[in-house]
Ligand binder design. Structure first.
Ligand code: S3P
Length: 428
């Protein structure tokens, strides 16, 4: 585990960037490409560790996947193209790989074993295992299937009606994958809308899924056709530069080809609410929405973030907390208990690490309260193995008066291997 010293104090950031492909969409493009019949060509795929874990799992399941600098080519042979793996499937740090694979493997006629890293071993899998079991899935694991390692004996699944107890796109998607293999119609009811990349991709691969209010209906026994996928830039990665541009002095950053799926753009709403100097230009796109966002150094004021906004920015809360330290007044983040179940407990890690840099921030049971505007100092902090905490702390160093020493910066490669190169490209 390494350590890096960040001395970016008072740097001005200027220029244009295209952040790497969206992580959620990249995972799903491999999954649907593998389940489809024929060739799928994926461009602007995110070659971060999480998505490489998904590729490695599908290769172990017998799917041929080629990688070039520009493209990923998946040679799908339909649902039956997946074969019993002789090796253990390792999802690494990726919750999306683990949970979505469970939905796929639950209905395949073979045995498999799924593991992940130390962080995955602490994350709740019962939120997927319980509903899948109600569909007939046979999944075993530590504490009654709550934690990895998990072993899956695929079987015939039956459709069901399921009301999600938490707003989670991963749980929704796992049930959709199971429902796609079941007899009859599976109905899923969401408490709040969550990212809809799985639904969009079903349509793109020639399948059907219907949404009516908060009810999603998926018919079983669907067959998909391979297709071409362009993955837009990940708004969750862009978020670090949007905040950097807003808080660094005399800065202007333009982010091209950024994903603008409305289920993901909560960060843009918050930036607007806080008074950011920002311009969004949407472009014509097939499938996923995308466009260009330009941000300039801004005078920000505190705000409240909660309710239906939370699922639309769940991964951006660490960087929103940093943003709030540089805004005048109080920012309240609430209804975000889900943060406790991410790569780390993100309420605790955000609050503890930002306090080390002098932020005025306190944890609440479902979020945090931040009082600004506070000058940040240097200090010794850690990513705690969480990529988004690592990037947030690197951005914090832009407004810190002294050096920020970051432990375990390697974690950033989970979603953004070129993060530091892209940041350096913007310095003046
Ligand atoms: C994801 C959904 C979200 C998000 C995660 C990726 C996905 O998790 O936090 O980074 O790709 O479906 P939940 O669905 O568990 O909230």
């Amino acid at each position: 585990m390494g350590r890096t010293t960040l001395n970016f104090s008072n740097k001005t950031l200027n220029g244009t960037l295209e952040v790497p492909g969206d992580k959620s969409i990249s995972h799903r493009s491999i999954m649907f490409g593998a389940l489809a019949e024929g060739k799928t060509v994926i461009r602007h795929f995110l070659k971060g560790e999480d998505c490489l874990s998904t590729i490695s799992c599908f290769r172990k399941l017998g799917v041929k996947i080629e990688e070039t600098d520009e493209e990923i080519i998946v040679h799908g042979e339909g649902w039956n193209g997946l074969k019993e793996p002789v090796a253990i499937l390792d999802a690494g740090n990726s919750g999306t790989t683990t949970r979505l694979l469970l939905g796929i493997l639950a209905g395949r006629p073979f045995h498999s074993v799924l593991i992940g890293d130390e962080s995955i071993a602490k994350r709740p899998m019962d939120r997927v295992v319980v509903p899948l079991s109600q569909m007939g899935a046979r999944i075993a694991g530590r504490e009654n299937g709550k934690y990895t390692p998990l072993s899956i004996q695929g079987t015939n699944l039956s459709a069901m009606r399921y009301e999600l107890p938490v707003a989670s796109a991963q749980v929704k998607s796992a049930i959709i994958f199971a429902g796609l293999q079941a007899e009859g119609d599976t109905v899923i009811i969401e408490p709040q809308p969550t990212r809809d990349h799985t639904e969009k991709m079903i349509a793109q691969f020639g399948g059907t899924i219907v949404r009516n209010g908060d009810e999603i209906t998926v018919t079983g026994n669907q067959v998909f056709k391979g297709t071409d996928v362009y993955v837009p830039g990940d708004i969750s990665s862009a978020a670090f530069f949007l905040v950097a541009g807003a808080i660094a002095p005399n800065s202007a950053i333009t982010l091209k080809n950024t994903g603008l799926n409305p289920t993901r753009t909560g960060i843009l709403d918050v930036l607007k609410q806080m008074g950011a100097n920002m311009v969004i230009e949407e472009e014509e796109a097939v499938g996923e929405e995308k466009g260009t966002v330009t941000i300039r150094t801004s005078n920000l004021s505190g705000t409240e973030v909660g309710g239906d906004l939370i699922p639309r920015l769940i991964d951006e809360i660490p960087i929103i907390a940093l943003l709030a330290t540089q805004a005048e007044g109080t920012t309240i983040i609430k209804d975000a208990e889900e943060l406790k179940h991410k790569e780390t407990n993100r309420i605790d890690t955000v609050v503890n690490e930002l306090k080390k840099l002098g932020a005025n921030i306190e944890a609440t049971p479902d979020g945090m309260i931040i009082h600004g505007k506070t000058p940040l100092s240097g200090g010794s902090v850690s990513s705690h193995g969480d990529h988004r905490i690592g990037m947030m702390l690197a951005v914090a160093s832009l407004v810190s008066s002294g050096d920020v020493i970051l432990e375990n910066p390697e974690a950033i490669a989970v979603s953004y291997p070129e993060f530091f190169q892209d940041l350096e490209r913007l310095y003046e």
